[in-house]
Each structure stands twice: as structure tokens, then as C-alpha cells.
Ligand binder design. Structure first.
Ligand code: K7H
Length: 371
């Protein structure tokens, strides 16, 4: 079964496009923002709240769930959807990024990557085949291949080594994948900030014919113009009828710039992580609600926002909750931030449908970047 992706409308002035992603757990309209639920929960939200905010697909993570509670336990529980009571599509990241960013003491070889758990120091070994099997056991709708994430900055030599290994691993993952099963498998394009490596990686993965493609190795500290340039190298080489997923991105401006370059799917911890630090998105930029000036501000977090938090509570009240360490505080900032990005994606889809994406982008970025 796997997935089916259809382009419904191509924007006339940019590479933006309206799409429909059909999965075994439901249909997703693209461009789409996917909330991150790393450990089988979008932090502080119930699944009903995540759905009511407009989310239709969420992310979870192979590395984390493999280590805790274990993919076999999740399989025994009836799979990840049942375990976490989320009946929409789930995309699981392979752990490629997490092993390289979280796990101490890892040893990389062509066979795979040996690492120690960041939880209890126990030793583990991920291979491209193992990571596919874990995601199929979880029952993911979309699984990602195991990739080697070159850090930024990274020498050309190291980037070439990492990219060539990632390509060999992608072929092994594809061979291990049960392509007749429910779980679709996406390749991940690497190549750091080097045009020839990005193009070689894309061509090699397209030749392997995956149902969709993650664009990895970005949003890892490189300047945003470099990320946009990498998209301009890669996107034209991916077939029109395959979804393009920019991994780990992003903020409102990156959403607009990525969509304008042909990206269909995004995920980012920013809305939930910022919320936990008492910061929120507003239409004129970022607001740190826990900062003193908000103590006596009796207006909403973001004037004009229609989310539950902005309809019922003031900056002063949320400021108080955050300062008092009340859990409701980070729930209210999470509701606002998720609504902000999910509703922005909805407005962008509407704008593409009505041929006014370019003007919405200009108008939004002008307001957002005002001092
Ligand atoms: C936050 N930035 C970010 N860049 C990423 C890049 C990748 C990823 C996750 C990311 N998150 N997962 C992978 N398996 N590979 C590429």
C-alpha cells in the first residue's frame, strides 16, 4: 500500500505547489507542517488537541523509541498508532540525526553505526536494515533511511565520505524494505553545502526510486541562504510526483522560502521547544512571554490570533503561569505555537490554490521582519 502523492496545482510564479499525500492512515494536504512527537507524544498535548489544532500527520523517532520503551514493546501494544492513540499518519525519523547528535561514543563503519544509549550507556548497533525493520515494527506510515549526517561546517572530503556512505546505506535500506507493506520508505539526500555532492546524492537516490525524499543535512547551523541554495540544486532533480521533505525545518520564514523552492513537508521542534522556554511566535516576530514587560500586558499573546490561548488568556496570565512554574503555562504556549505554524501552513495552501502565494509571502515576511 504505502503512499500516493499527487500534485494538485503548481504555482505560476514560484516552485510552490499544492499536493495531496494519501497514506494508510489518512490523507494529508501539502505543503504541510508536521508537529514533532519524538517519544510518542507531542509534548504536553493530547492527541485530540493536536488534531483539533489542525495537525494531520506527526513525527516520531526511531532512535528514541528503540531505546525506550523498545520497538518490540510498541509492536506488542499493537503498534505506535494504537500505543499513543493517534490514528492519523505518522512519519518516523530513522535516528540518523539523533545518533550523531545525541549518542555519546559512537563508532561508524560501512556496516553501520555503534553507539551508546544516552539514557543508560548500553551499547547498540544500527544498520540500514535494522532501522527499516524497527520502523516497520512500529507501524510507521513513512519511514526514513539511516543516513550519516555531516555536521556544519564540514570539509569537502568528510562530506564526500558521509554522502557516499549514505547512498550505499540507502540502497541497503531499500533492499531490506518490504515495499508491498504499509510502511513507505523515503531516501535522505545529503551532501552538506557542496553542489556536486548534493547533485550526486540526489541522482543516486532518485535512481533507487523511493516514494519520497528527505532533504537532510540542513538546518544544522548553516546560514539560511546556504540552505536555500542547496534546495535550488536539489529540488529540480527530484521527480515532480514525489514529495520533498525538508528535515528539521522550520521557522515561519523558512517555511515560506522552502515552499517557494518546491518543498512539500516540514517538521521542526521549534514550536514545542520555544513554548517550553516561554517563547511564542507572533505576527511581528518572537515574543518571550516570561520576560518582565509582559507581567502587566493584559492583551493576547498575538493580537489577531484565533487560537484557544489568545481567545481566553492574556500575556500577563501566561507570564504568571510560566513564572510560577505552572504546567498550564507551557501547554498554553504550545497550543499557540502549534496553531501558529499549522494555521500558517493552511493559509499558504489557500494562497497557492488562489494564485496569491507570492504576495502572501512578501506580506508575511515584511511584517515578521519589522524591528
Ligand atoms: C533541526 N535540524 C535538523 N536537521 C536535520 C537533518 C536530518 C534529520 C533531522 C534534522 N533536524 N534526520 C535525519 N535522519 N537526517 C537529516
Amino acid at each position: 500500500m504505502g503512499i500516493l502523492f499527487e500534485v494538485l496545482k503548481q504555482d505560476s510564479r514560484t516552485r510552490a505547489r499544492l499536493g495531496r499525500l494519501t497514506t494508510p492512515h489518512g490523507v494529508v494536504e501539502t505543503p504541510v507542517f508536521m508537529p514533532v512527537g519524538t517519544q510518542a507524544t507531542v509534548k504536553t498535548m493530547t492527541p485530540e488537541e493536536v488534531r483539533d489544532l489542525g495537525a494531520r500527520i506527526i513525527l516520531s523517532n526511531t532512535y528514541h523509541l528503540y531505546l525506550r520503551p523498545g520497538h518490540e514493546l510498541v509492536r506488542e501494544a499493537g503498534g505506535l498508532h494504537r500505543f499513543m492513540h493517534w490514528n492519523g499518519p505518522i512519519l518516523t525519523d530513522s535516528g540518523g540525526f539523533q545518533v550523531f547528535s545525541l549518542a555519546p561514543l559512537r563508532k561508524l563503519s560501512d556496516e553501520g553505526v555503534e553507539f551508546r544509549s544516552h539514557i543508560d550507556g548500553s551499547r547498540h548497533f544500527f544498520t540500514p536494515e535494522k532501522v527499516v525493520a524497527v520502523q516497520e515494527a512500529l507501524g510507521s506510515d513513512i519511514a526514513m533511511v539511516l543516513d550519516e549526517c555531516a555536521p556544519y561546517p564540514c570539509s569537502y572530503k568528510d562530506a564526500r565520505t558521509a554522502t557516499e556512505r549514505t547512498t550505499r546505506w540507502a540502497a541497503r535500506a531499500r533492499a531490506a524494505w518490504n515495499s508491498d507493506g504499509a510502511t513507505a520508505l523515503f531516501g535522505i539526500i545529503q551532501g552538506s553545502v557542496y553542489r556536486d555532492l548534493r547533485e550526486e546524492s540526489t541522482r543516486a537516490l532518485v535512481d533507487l526510486d523511493f516514494p519520497g525524499y528527505g532533504i537532510g543535512g540542513l538546518s544544522v547551523g548553516e546560514p539560511k541562504p546556504l540552505m536555500y541554495e542547496a534546495l535550488e540544486w536539489v529540488i529540480p532533480l527530484i521527480p515532480e510526483d514525489r514529495p520533498r521533505y525538508l528535515m528539521g525545518v522550520g521557522s515561519p520564514d523558512c517555511l515560506f522560502e522552502g515552499i517557494a523552492r518546491g518543498v512539500d513537508m516540514f517538521d521542526c521542534v521549534l514550536p514545542t521547544r520555544m513554548a517550553r522556554h516561554g517563547a511564542v511566535f507572533t505576527h511581528t516576530g518572537r515574543l518571550v512571554v516570561r520576560n518582565a514587560p509582559n507581567a502587566r500586558d493584559f492583551g493576547p499573546l498575538d493580537p489577531g490570533c484565533t487560537c484557544y490561548t489568545c481567545r481566553h488568556f492574556s500575556r500577563a496570565y501566561v507570564h504568571h503561569l510560566l513564572r510560577a512554574g505552572e504546567v498550564l503555562g507551557i501547554r498554553l504556549t504550545t497550543i499557540h505555537n502549534l496553531h501558529f505554524l499549522l494555521d500558517l501552513a493552511r493559509r499558504i495552501r489557500e494562497a497557492i490554490a488562489e494564485d496569491r502565494f507570492h504576495s502572501l509571502k512578501e506580506q508575511f515576511l515584511a511584517a515578521c521582519l519589522t524591528p
